[in-house]
Structure formats: structure tokens, C-alpha cells
Design a protein around this ligand. Structure first.
Ligand code: AMP
Ligand code: GLY
Length: 423
């Protein structure tokens, strides 16, 4: 079948790599793709949020399956657009409808969902401009540090951890005052958790689910987890501290209640659910849902899945995922992200990239790259994801890090310590 993948990052490169290996895939189209995805299919330069352009492409190329990488088109209702259009309604979309994507699109909604279904999450209250006085009073009586979250999508920047009440009060007023636009017109104030973070993912057809390999993302820009938050500087899978007992607790206390909660709330969900978790003592708690896979977690997760991914997608669309078990490689994956100098602040684009052909034991998943006149150039903050799959974690980390050093572009930066805290 002909397949359309929407998105342009490292996550989508990993999806394109995996989808292109499927015996079920005739032609793969990636919209818009990046400077590397043409290795797996055909790039089409349209914006995934322009649904009419997506429709025209789907009809022109006889697309029979659509896979949505990023959250934005889902939160904007691309799946609903397909369902409501007579020419598109028979074409399966992997990714939830609006009513499911709101688990990521509104932190307030997701906190209420977790509370309603007894899913362990830190305590919280939500406030708006109308309830600002109550919000300020709430902060006066809260333990520190304290976490403030803009309700809506804020490009990964909407979470601020405050160390003092004064700082939290100022931040609450800034957010409600429009610091993150309308995303912050509702603010969730959440208890701060002390523990270690990891991500768990499922693919669900609404009734059944398969649990994908877990991963750990390294969010800070600097070595030793210092400095500003980024979209993610690297990832590993498996995660050594997530043993079988812990993962069973994740399934029992978080995954199953989430799937059952969606059913109880009559939310028909098709696609990935990303559970952002903390291990607190030996118990899992959830801090967020995303309605898509993680980036750069996907780059470490997909190489460990041995199944044909398109078969899994078809089963998802037919609500037959219950007939499938995932075959997960016992190998270890490590991903190191190469980023532009200055990122996550201001950075330059258009730097020629060389040396990708010199990597020895890794896959180079393009992220913010573009092909211009036969030259691959940087075109974003996170430029390339270098993933290595090896027999043990140390080897995976070593080869991904060594291969990251073999690639060059002006201003290139990467963390040399991804995953080494875990070995
Ligand atoms: P998010 O944008 O929701 O992924 O949050 C960004 C980061 O903020 C997370 O990866 C955590 O490191 C941190 N964070 C979010 N919520 C909490 C919390 N309740 N306690 C401690 N850290 C948190
Ligand atoms: N790496 C975190 C995310 O994809 O949200």
C-alpha cells in the first residue's frame, strides 16, 4: 500500500526508516520530510497542518494509510478531518482524533482525566485570570519547589519549575498575562516530584494495546544534565532502572487505567500514547501524556522493534491489535543528538554537513536538515540523531558518541555523556 507519513524531525526519519522496511509498503511519501528522508521515500513539501493540501496529496497518490508524527496536526483535528470527509473517511489515520489528542493538548484536561480514573500523578490545581487571587493564595501555602504548567501546547517550553513563592507568583502572572500566548490562559500548578524520569509508550486501537520498549530522554542542553531544557539531547532504550517489576506496576497502575478510562469516557483512541513518568521510590507516577511518540525516544525505540511496523498499523486500524505481540530486541539502543550552536536559544541554519558517510556503527537519522543543490545543510536546532544498536548498553553509548564525533558542521554541539549515568 501507499503510505503517507506526516512530519519532518528525527522521529519521522526513524519512522520512515522502519516503514520503508515493511513488506506491506509499496510507496512511502513523507510530508514535508527533511534532508535525509528521501532515502526512504518521496518528500512532498506540504505543511501537515494544511489539511486541504494533505487531502489533495492523499487522493493524487492513492494513499491508503496516514501516519501522523507530531502532535500539532492531531490536536488541530487531522484525524477528524479524514473521518468527516466522504472521500477520505475510509483511509486509516494512525494518531488520535481531537477528543483523544486533548490528553496532550490540555494539561488541565489530562490532570482531570488522571484524577477521574485514579491514575497516580502529583497533586495539582488549575487557575485562570479570573481566579488569579486564589492562585496566588494557593502558592502561599504550597511546598517548594513548585511546578507551573501552561495548559496548552507551548512547543515544549510551557513548564517552569520555581524555587521560591515570589518567583512562582511572578511566573503565574506572566503565564496568565500571555507569556505563552493562549496556551497559558489556564495554568496548572503541580506538586514537584523527586525521582528519575522515563518514558513508556503504547500503540492502541482503543481496545487493545502493545507496550513498546521504554526509553529515557536527556532533556538538558549541558553535560551532566545542566542548563536549559531542550526538545531532547539523546535517549537510551532499554532503561536499566525500569525492571520487570516496575514495568508491571506501570502497566497495572497507569496503562490499563488509561485505556479503560478512555473507554469509559467514550474517547475512541487510535495511535500512540506517550506516558511521561517519574520513578518515585519504586512506584511510577505520571506527569504527562503525549498523543504521539517522543523525539529522540523514537530513534532508540524503533530499532528495537522486530515486527513489521506497517502490519501493526493495519492491525491498529482494524482494531485487531489484540492478535499481536511485539518482538523486542534484547539489544541496547543509544541516540545522541547533534544540535546547532546556540540551541535551545538563537542559532544559525544553513551550515553544510559533512562526514555522515564516516559513521561506523550507527544510523544517522536526519532531523533539522535540508538538501540544497545536492548539499545537506542544517535547517533547525536539533540537526541529526545518531543511533547505535549494540549487545550491551556501554557499547551502544560508546559507538553512538564516537559516531556523533565523526560528523561535522559549523557550530555543532552534542552531549558526550548521554546514558553514561546509567551504566
Ligand atoms: P514537560 O514539558 O511536561 O515534558 O515537562 C518538562 C520537564 O519538567 C519534565 O521533563 C520534567 O523534568 C519537569 N517536570 C514536569 N513536571 C514535573 C513535576 N511535577 N515534578 C518535577 N519535575 C517536573
Ligand atoms: N522528548 C520528549 C518529547 O518528545 O516530548
Amino acid at each position: 500500500m501507499n503510505i503517507l507519513l506526516l512530519g519532518s524531525g528525527g522521529r519521522e526519519s526513524a519512522f520512515a526508516w522502519k516503514i520503508s522496511q515493511s513488506t506491506q509498503c509499496s510507496q512511502l511519501f513523507i510530508a514535508p520530510g527533511n534532508g535525509g528522508t528521501h532515502a526512504y521515500g518521496k518528500n512532498i513539501n506540504i505543511n501537515p497542518n494544511n489539511f486541504d493540501a494533505v487531502k489533495a496529496l492523499v487522493l493524487k497518490e492513492n494513499i491508503e494509510l496516514v501516519v501522523v508524527g507530531p502532535e500539532e496536526p492531531l490536536v488541530n483535528g487531522i484525524h477528524d478531518y479524514f473521518v468527516n470527509d466522504p472521500e477520505l473517511s475510509g483511509i486509516p489515520v494512525i494518531g488520535p482524533k481531537k477528543e483523544g489528542a486533548i490528553l496532550e493538548g490540555s494539561k488541565d484536561f489530562s490532570k482531570q482525566f488522571m484524577a477521574r480514573h485514579g491514575i497516580p500523578t502529583p497533586g495539582s490545581e488549575s487557575f485562570t485570570n479570573e481566579t488569579l487571587a486564589e492562585g496566588l493564595a494557593y502558592l502561599d501555602n504550597h511546598s517548594l519547589p513548585i511546578v507551573l504548567k501552561a495548559d496548552g501546547l507551548a512547543a515544549g517550553k510551557g513548564v517552569v519549575i520555581c524555587q521560591t513563592v515570589a518567583e512562582a507568583k511572578e511566573e503565574l502572572q506572566l503565564m496568565l498575562g500571555g507569556k505563552f500566548g493562549t496556551a497559558g490562559s489556564l495554568v496548572v500548578i503541580e506538586e514537584y516530584l523527586t525521582g528519575i524520569e522515563l518514558s513508556v509508550f503504547v500503540l492502541t486501537d482503543g481496545d487493545n494495546y502493545v507496550i513498546l520498549p521504554e526509553a529515557k530522554d536527556y532533556k538538558k542542553i549541558g553535560q551532566g544534565d545542566s542548563g536549559l531544557n531542550t526538545g531532547g539531547m539523546g535517549s537510551v532504550s532499554p532503561v536499566p532502572f525500569a525492571d520487570a517489576k516496575f514495568l508491571k506496576a506501570v502497566e497495572d497502575s497507569i496503562i490499563i487505567p488509561t485505556i479503560n478510562g478512555l473507554k469509559k469516557d467514550k474517547i475512541d483512541y487510535t495511535g500512540f500514547i506517550f506516558f511521561g513518568l517519574f520513578k518515585v521510590g519504586d512506584k511510577p507516577m505520571i506527569i504527562e501524556y503525549n498523543c504521539r511518540m517522543g523525539d529522540p525516544e523514537t530513534e532508540s525505540v524503533l530499532p528495537r522493534i522486530e515486527n513489521d511496523l506497517v502490519e501493526l498499523f493495519i492491525a491498529t486500524a482494524k482494531k485487531q491489535l489484540g492478535n499481536y505481540t511485539l518482538n523486542i530486541s534484547p539489544k541496547n539502543a543509544a541516540t545522541v543528538m547533534l544540535v546547532a550552536g546556540g540551541y535551545p536559544g538563537d542559532y544559525e541554519k544553513g551550515k553544510a554537513i559533512s562526514g555522515i558517510e564516516n559513521i561506523r556503527q550507527s544510523l544517522a537519522f536526519h532531523a533539522g536538515t535540508i538538501l540544497e543543490g545536492g548539499v545537506v545543510k542544517s535547517n533547525g536546532g536539533r540537526v541529526l540523531a545518531v543511533t547505535s544498536l549494540q549487545d550491551n548498553q556501554f557499547e551502544a553509548l560508546q559507538s553512538a558518541t564516537a559516531d556523533a564525533a565523526r560528523i561535522y558542521f559549523d557550530g555543532k554541539y552534542f552531549r558526550e555523556d548521554i546514558g553514561f549515568d546509567l551504566v
